[in-house]
Design a protein around this ligand. Sequence first.
Ligand code: ADP
Ligand code: 5GP
Length: 184
Amino acid sequence: MARVFVITGPSGVGKGTLIRGLMERLPELELSVSATTRAPRPGEQDGVDYHFLTPEEFDRRVERGDFVEHADYAGRRYGTLRSELEGRLAAGVPVVLEIEVQGARQVRAAMPEAVQVFIAPPSLAALRTRLVGRGTDDQDEVTRRLDVAEQELTAQPEFAHVVVNDRLDDALERLVAIVRDSSD
Ligand code: ADP
Ligand code: 5GP
């Protein structure tokens, strides 16, 4: 059975940036497309960046048992659909999940063999600078995400692997090494 790699950590820490680099270096990896009830950002495409669902559709799919994990995050719902994992794992394709901490805990309980990596910022101030600099979230949303981030950072000791994303190149090297070393 191929591996599942969970990449977690606070919003704005650089998970998406690191995962893009990881997938360039290890092209056999495939990224699970999550479902969410948040609105698409400019340029985001349904089915590519996320499966954008209404809250009613999301609920219906929770009731049907379609999710491996799901969580509320900053007032919106996010979840990993079983359909994103099953075919790939059966075909031997390793899958990357980019999810927040509550979801990572659920995956740990359901799939203890999954490799979990927590991406940490060099400081809260750096995290704020990145979130603001990304320019995708208004001031209220940045505040909400930083509040959640303070909680999420306390979860670091739960994770077998913690990568501090200070210099991007160094963090990417560490992430690539973790994934390579834990691949079957
Ligand atoms: P996440 O997916 O965790 O929310 P992103 O990958 O969107 O985070 O990164 C948030 C912002 O921080 C982006 O503008 C990205 O270019 C920037 N960033 C990522 N890694 C670093 C780093 N090591 N140093 C400085 N800026 C970074
Ligand atoms: P964003 O709105 O910035 O795309 O994502 C907000 C947070 O939700 C990020 O921390 C991201 O990792 C997380 N997230 C994205 N997809 C999922 C998912 O399928 N499940 C969970 N639990 N979190 C997710």
